[in-house]
Design a protein around this ligand. Structure first.
Ligand code: MG
Length: 122
């Protein structure tokens, strides 16, 4: 089973994404901030990360930088607000696989995740 790590400081988003991906195919683990994301990353060894860019404390770019230092490459999809083009470019430069803009299209998000994880094996 593939594990998805959802990182967002908004509880509503964490809840929503848990609902979107539940149902047997994926395990969803959530983190409310960057520090918790790194802990959960170590603990669960996720196959994919959905990462909010705007968070208090360590933000999405900080988390990306930390993950880049790890030995295990995991696809990261950023969650950004409309117009955050500079953040998107910086995050792609740090190795993020792609991004979705909030408020996001659930079907499109699910498709993106399915496609990435289908190619991941396991
Ligand atoms: Mg946020």
């Amino acid at each position: 089973m593939h594990t998805i790590l959802v990182v967002d400081d908004q509880e509503g988003i964490r809840f929503l994404l848990k609902e979107v991906f539940k149902g047997g195919k994926y395990r969803v683990v959530t983190a409310a901030d960057g520090a918790e994301a790194l802990t959960k990353w170590e603990e669960w060894g996720p196959d994919l990360v959905l990462l909010d860019m705007k968070m208090p404390g360590l933000d999405g770019l900080d988390v990306l930088r930390k993950l880049a230092e790890k030995h295990r490459q995991v696809p990261v999809i950023m969650m950004t607000a409309y117009g955050e083009l500079q953040i998107v470019e910086e995050a792609l430069g740090l190795g993020a696989k792609g991004y979705i803009t909030k408020p996001f299209d659930i079907l499109e998000l699910r498709q993106t995740v399915d496609t990435i994880l289908a190619g991941a094996g396991k």
